[in-house]
Design a binder for this molecule. Structure first.
Ligand SMILES: Nc1ncnc2c1ncn2[C@@H]1O[C@H](COP(=O)(O)OP(=O)(O)OP(=O)(O)O)[C@@H](O)[C@H]1O
Ligand SMILES: [Mg+2]
Length: 490
């Protein structure tokens, strides 16, 4: 059903993904819901996309964001993909997500518009195709906070509640998230093609990815090797940004890694409070595979799985192909480490490089671990010169470190105020702390009170402001809450 006459929402679709071989997707229809209600609309993002905010806020707008009305030009489809989940390979695919189409923005950018929670698809396996309101709001809050922090990510355009319940451990209100992404190509999309597709199919997928995300290397002599190297580079940047911000993804399965280098799938993710590389946020991750400190190595492992899918295209000679892939993969950790170091220098106000910087950083981190210091607040305290709050700052060890740091700052040409400026723009005052996110979700889902979430979104939208109203969002979770708690299911 189309309703363009009544509702001029501004969708401007051009669906290139449908040009791929049929095996990559199945055409589907969102399953209409009983009473869609717009819960939140991301007005600045809507404007960027060229959408009509008022139209989306209308009753018909909510219906269209629930999939009850399909906008003209849309071509809803579920994407096929596979993936290594906790190390085990399996066939997956959009089981509760649907790609509505690719929006061409007024600036000529192409982005995917996808529903999450819009009903069953041929890839749903045993699942109900639905999502609960709490987790969709969680994805909205954290993905938008990531964007404001400057970390590449899928975005959240809107959440509508469906008026229907989804059954998890309990009955929960249902919702649909509209997600915006550079694309939804995953490492798992390539794994699917490599496992079950023809040589031609995997090649067409790789060519598509090159055209869409890496046009600068499309003409390279060995363009598939260039594709691999570019994806490696993007992830060396992405994972460094995660580590620098203290973000823990929680489920770094290969189906949750994008070819574009954007963060995707805000399931059991959270930001670390106390600095401890062993921090894990997913209750099902009993072995700590996806712990904070493991993330760079897991990214490397996932990249190797991606590289394997390209092997036949890297070189006619299999051994030579493996050698090329291994060389590329072996550079990942080094690239990552360089990005991380340069980010860490910025967090300490350092513009240039010195050999001993690495030990200066490592010493600080090991003291933070020993004294159970909060990751974000420690760097914030150094930034705003407020070294009173934590036991760490009262130790002799820290005093010695501080002296070394001050001396190091003195050995650069830039003055103190430039260093402070660099620190302010590198150390966020606020991050979406899990207890604050949970508090906002609880008020929203249980009391229908969205004011807590609105305030949280407000401070998170400008994390480097270091403004007085952000102060209260820097507090740590009460001990009684334990390290991680979520009430809202998936
Ligand atoms: N309620 C559900 N019904 C059907 N399929 C589901 C459901 N929940 C998850 N899946 C599917 O299970 C697989 C793994 O789930 P995972 O939690 O990684 O994905 P997700 O959170 O639904 O989505 P995404 O990665 O798109 O953000 C995916 O193929 C997903 O589509
Ligand atoms: Mg997923």
């Amino acid at each position: 059903m189309t309703n363009k006459k009544e509702l001029n929402t501004g969708w401007n679709f051009d669906n290139s993904y449908t040009n791929l071989p049929n095996s990559f997707f199945t055409s589907v229809k969102p399953n209409p819901v009983s009473s869609p209600k717009l819960i939140i609309l991301n007005a600045p993002l809507a404007a960027e996309l060229g959408l009509n905010i008022q139209a989306l806020q209308s009753e018909d707008g909510a219906a269209s964001l629930a999939g009850n009305q399909i906008p003209e030009g849309a071509f809803p489809l579920a994407q096929a993909y596979a993936g290594h989940q906790f190390g085990h390979f399996t066939m997956l695919g959009d089981g509760r997500a649907m790609l509505l189409g690719e929006q061409i923005t007024p600036e000529g950018k192409r982005v995917d518009i996808q529903f999450k929670g819009s009903g069953r698809t041929p890839y749903s396996r045993g699942g109900d195709g639905r999502a609960a309101l709490g987790p969709m709001l969680r994805e909205y809050i954290i993905s938008e906070a990531m964007h404001a922090l400057g970390i590449p990510t899928t975005r959240s355009l809107a959440v509508v509640s469906t008026g229907e319940q989804v059954i998890r451990e309990a009955a929960l209100p249902g919702a649909i998230l509209t997600r915006v992404a550079a694309s939804h190509l995953r490492f798992g999309t390539f794994q699917y093609a490599a496992k079950w597709g023809t040589a031609e199919e995997i090649r067409s997928l790789a060519d598509y990815a090159l055209k869409r995300h890496y046009p600068d290397v499309e003409e390279d002599e060995n363009r598939y090797l260039s594709l691999l190297k570019e994806v490696i580079k993007r992830h060396a940047m992405l994972i460094a940004k995660w580590q620098l911000a203290g973000f823990i993804h929680g489920v770094m399965n290969t189906d949750n890694m994008t070819i574009s280098g954007e963060t995707i799938d805000y399931g059991p993710c959270a930001f670390m409070d106390t600095y401890d590389p062993e921090t894990v946020f997913s209750s099902i991750d009993v072995q700590g595979r996806y712990a904070y400190g493991n993330q760079p190595y897991i990214a490397g492992w996932n990249l190797a799985r991606f590289a394997e899918t390209l092997l036949p295209m890297l070189h006619d000679d299999e051994e030579k192909a493996i050698q090329l892939a291994q060389e590329a993969i072996s550079e990942f950790i080094e690239l990552y480490r360089r990005n991380w170091l340069s980010g860490m220098r910025a967090k300490l106000g350092l513009f240039n490089e010195e050999q001993q910087d690495e030990s200066l950083l490592e010493n600080l981190l090991s003291m933070m671990k020993e004294y159970r210091a909060d990751y974000t607040n420690t760097f914030r305290a150094l930034t705003i010169d407020n070294l009173e709050d934590h036991a760490l700052f009262k130790t002799e060890e820290f005093a010695q470190w501080h002296e070394l740091w001050q001396a190091r700052l003195g050995r650069q040409d830039e003055d103190e105020s430039s260093s402070k400026q660099l620190m302010k723009s590198s150390n966020p005052a606020v991050i979406p702390r899990n207890h604050r996110v949970e508090e906002a979700l609880e008020a929203a889902v249980k009391q229908d009170d969205y004011s807590v979430m609105e305030r949280l979104l407000g401070v998170l939208s400008n994390p480097y402001a270091h403004s007085p109203e952000q102060e209260e969002f820097c507090t740590l979770p009460p001990d009684s809450l334990g390290p991680f708690r979520t009430f809202c299911g998936t």
